[in-house]
Design a protein around this ligand. Structure first.
Ligand code: FMN
Length: 271
């Protein structure tokens, strides 16, 4: 499937993690839209997403930090991968974020959940294969435009959405000669979601490229930082496409994750 660039690029800026849902079932339009994207957005072998349209609340277990329990979601999407693939985490982050952004574009609430879910129940409901593991899920459903007090408290009145300044994420600092696509891509990557908002990505810019690395090889909460970086990878690519530049990814050995290079033949307005 072709990436719906402007639809997902716009969704980057409005997506927020939501944890309280209106329990009404998803309508046909939403179900079809999500079903299609789960089946068709398969940019990498070995990772996939499955929509489960009847989510018992028991799938969302306990709490992570002080976020509280996820409540009322009528459906969830399981993100699963073949654990023999050395790049499974970043591939799944990239793929899952496409689906999260499509849900956002469909006006649905989501929340990446890497820890506080019942893996056994989710694996059963999503029918995983032998070599697969669910690395994260997201609830999907309708949310109130106005946040409840409980949800505002859970997110520290917006603190969990706060991001580090770009300077803290750059390995070599800002460069006055960055083309527009680099500036746009770094801003889009900066607002990507990450587990406990740890923002583990570090960026190195090169001629026509951005390399993502992790800040350290130590993972927290048993969630790979490479999963967060996979999410940021999609944001970088969407921003680059938004600026008219196609490019491609090369996976790298730790502590690096991947390098995005724009094609030389691009006709983007600023490369
Ligand atoms: C890989 C991953 C795992 C996450 N796991 C959980 C989780 O288990 N429970 C939860 O409530 N939030 C979880 N989150 C949501 C983050 O806390 C949230 O994305 C972050 O605080 C940034 O806030 P925002 O999504 O509103 O921008 C996870 C996010 C990511 C990307």
């Amino acid at each position: 499937m072709e990436i719906p660039c402007s639809r997902w690029y716009e969704a980057i800026w409005i997506r927020r993690s939501r944890r309280q849902f209106d329990p009404r079932q998803l309508d046909q339009y939403a179900l079809e839209g999500l079903g299609v994207v789960c089946k068709s957005f398969r940019p990498f072998e070995g990772v996939r997403a499955v929509l489960v349209d009847n989510a018992p609340d028991a799938v969302f277990k306990g709490i992570i930090s002080n976020y509280g329990k996820i409540k009322g979601a009528p459906a969830f999407i399981a993100f699963m991968g073949n654990m023999e693939d050395p790049n499974v985490h970043e591939k799944l982050g990239y793929t899952g974020e496409g689906i999260v952004l499509e849900a956002t574009a469909l006006n649905l609430g989501t929340c990446w959940v890497g820890v506080s879910f019942n893996a056994e129940l989710a694996s059963h409901l999503a029918h995983i294969e032998k070599q697969e593991k669910i690395l994260a899920i997201t609830p999907v459903g309708y949310t109130r435009e106005k946040w409840s007090l409980e949800e505002r408290i859970m997110t520290g009145f917006g603190m969990t959405h706060k991001r580090k300044p770009l300077e803290k994420l750059l390995v070599k600092g800002r460069d006055a000669s960055w083309p527009l696509w680099v500036k746009t891509a770094l801003e889009a990557a900066r607002v990507a979601p990450s587990a406990i908002n740890r923002q583990p990505w570090r960026f190195t810019t090169g001629e026509n490229s951005i390399t993502i690395s992790v800040d350290s090889l130590k993972d927290t909460l048993n969630i790979s930082k490479r999963l967060d970086c996979g999410i940021a990878m999609l944001h970088i690519e969407l921003a680059s496409l938004h600026c008219g530049n196609k490019g491609g990814w090369e996976f790298l050995a730790p502590p690096h994750v991947a390098r995005f290079k724009v094609n030389k033949k691009n006709r983007g307005y600023q490369i």
